[in-house]
Design a protein around this ligand. Structure first.
Ligand code: GDP
Ligand code: MG
Length: 369
């Protein structure tokens, strides 16, 4: 399906179309300027002409949002983005709540927080971002589009129940997304807790935890008794060090919408997880088929902020309509550009409507809500 006309290929390389045609001729293909060649042929031609080829999705090309790469020198460490998954009732929500309360800053402030679908926890060892959106539509939707919201999955397994069907599904999803797993063996306070059984059962799914000689980090916790939450956070930070998570904060922001709704008083509000760059008040942006100019940014503690950098979740005010969880968010340089992109996406969305989203329900069920 991916194809390009000779004229367009020449334009993108800033070469003459006639030279492209000559090269193709040498390879035995007699083509004219408006003829279409496939992506593989285009790549060969481009490389022959001394160009570096980077394939991007059709949508990105049409929107002009080529995935411009950042220079290694501009990359700065960023907080890991973590999603908690596991079987229903194994304690995902309890664990997220307990961790949030363990945060030193909110803890001191008396635990007053607001729910914005993602939040950050400051620990002595560093900051961790948790995605905590009901049903985790963002994770599901982004995964369906091949994008990555999360750097790490914390797999919660109740020590009194062991590996269950949704545990296995969670393992499979994390694998498919190529996201490392940290196992949190929860409910160790229960009299019938058997953490060793959990370890053994995980073996059957090719998860070998550290204490059994493998390289998957595991922590025994109790969300109810708040046991070992610090150890879990340490494990997350250790794993993220291994991943060398970095982003360039010094560029226009992009990211993903983790939650969005129409607020009676404030209008459309989106919680955005910034992935690259820094988002500022006043920036023009596109989120899915919605766009706007940032009127205000509100952090996970309910405070207004002027800007938000990589791995930071913020509420964004100033949208003209409500985007959807999982929508891509990107800052653009002009309103005109924003309109073009949203028009394009709106068209695409209409085309795609009705496409089945497989396994969506079960994925949402097993994630924190
Ligand atoms: P989720 O469906 O995975 O989000 O699970 P919840 O967080 O809603 O927890 C399910 C039930 O397990 C609730 O009744 C919790 O109070 C209980 N629970 C969660 N964590 C623990 C724990 O560490 N110890 C004990 N004893 N109960 C827990
Ligand atoms: Mg829950």
């Amino acid at each position: 399906p991916e194809a390009i006309t000779i004229q367009e290929l020449a334009n993108r390389m800033a070469e003459r179309a006639v030279d492209v045609i000559k090269l193709l001729m040498k390879q035995g293909q007699m083509l004219k300027i408006n003829d279409v060649i496939d992506a593989d042929t285009a790549e060969i031609i481009a490389e022959e002409m001394g160009h570096r080829v980077k394939r991007v999705s059709e949508a990105d090309v049409e929107m002009g949002l080529m995935g411009d790469e950042d220079a290694p020198d501009d990359m700065v460490s960023r907080a890991p983005v973590v999603t908690v998954m596991g079987h229903v009732d194994h304690g995902k929500t309890s664990l997220l709540d307990a961790i949030r309360k363990a945060d030193v800053v909110t803890g001191e402030a008396g635990g007053i927080t607001q729910h914005i679908g993602a939040y950050q926890v400051e620990t002595p060892g560093g900051t961790v971002t948790f995605v905590d959106t009901p049903g985790h539509e963002a994770f599901t939707a982004m995964r369906a589009r091949g994008a990555k919201v999360t750097d790490l999955v914390v797999l919660v397994v109740a020590a009194d129940d062991g590996v269950m069907p949704q545990t296995v599904e969670a393992i499979n999803h994390a694998r498919a997304a190529e996201v490392p797993i940290i196992v949190a063996i929860n409910k160790i306070d229960k009299p019938d807790a058997d953490p060793q059984r959990v370890r053994t059962e995980l073996l059957q799914h090719e998860i070998v935890v550290e204490s059994m000689g493998g390289d998957t980090l595991e922590v025994e916790v109790s969300a109810a008794k708040r046991t070992n939450l610090d150890k879990l956070l340490d494990a997350i930070l250790l794993q993220s060090e291994i991943l060398e998570l970095k982003a360039n904060p010094d560029r226009p922001a992009d990211g993903v919408v983790v939650e969005a709704q129409l607020d009676k008083g404030r209008g459309p509000v989106a919680t955005v997880l910034i992935q690259r760059g820094t988002l500022n008040v006043g920036d023009i942006f596109v989120a899915g088929s919605a766009w706007g100019r940032v009127r205000a940014l509100i952090n996970d503690r309910g405070s207004n902020v002027d800007s938000a950098g990589p791995s930071v979740p913020v509420e964004v005010l100033g949208l003209h309509s409500t985007p959807e969880a999982g929508d891509q968010f990107v800052v653009v340089d002009a309103e005109q550009r924003a309109r073009e992109i949203t028009d394009y996406r709106e068209r695409k969305r209409r085309e795609l409507k009705g496409a089945p989203s497989s396994a969506r329900a079960s994925l949402e069920q097993m994630m924190s809500q």
